[in-house]
Ligand binder design. Structure first.
Ligand SMILES: [Fe+2]
Length: 150
């Protein structure tokens, strides 16, 4: 949905002036202990997102290597069509807990979230800038001194 439906115009203007031109927002809700046996990539052209969460203590986002096998086109947890693979055939690359601190996350490789007891809302901001690689996406934030590597 357009970002102005979630955030007020002053906040969006401040973000824009700081070098973060937010175009769209996606909202995801995951109930406690929700389990998804597949991972997906976001729609073509989406490389990264700025995510932050309310709740979700102990939950983890997991990223996987892009497999050589063709994806299954299916509806994901958000109810949108996407490319999915069963996690049983995937090789894990990394994992991390997304908290209330805005965090850039990669969405062009298979990813999913493993939930614990605490349900969560995740706000996922998408920029009004086109990127073609993850390195380019990260480099943009580095060039603006907007990234802290942990
Ligand atoms: Fe995603």
């Amino acid at each position: 949905m357009p970002a102005h439906k979630i955030f007020n115009s002053d906040w969006l203007k401040s973000s824009f002036l700081a070098g973060i031109p937010i175009k769209d927002i996606m909202l995801f809700y995951r109930p406690s202990n929700f389990f998804e046996d597949s991972a997906h990539v976001d729609e073509p052209g989406q490389i990264g997102a700025i995510n932050w969460c309310i709740g979700g203590q102990g939950s983890e986002m997991l990223w996987y290597k892009i497999p050589t096998s063709a994806p299954i086109t299916a509806k994901n947890a958000a109810g949108t069509w996407g490319s999915n693979w069963p996690v049983t055939i995937l090789t894990n690359l990394d994992r991390g807990c997304i908290t209330s601190t805005p965090t850039i996350v990669r969405v062009d490789v298979p990813h999913t979230v493993v939930m614990k007891d605490d349900p969560r809302w995740c706000i996922s901001a998408r920029l009004n800038i086109s990127f073609t690689t993850w390195e380019q996406y990260v480099g943009y934030f580095e060039s603006k001194n907007l990234i802290i590597h942990t």
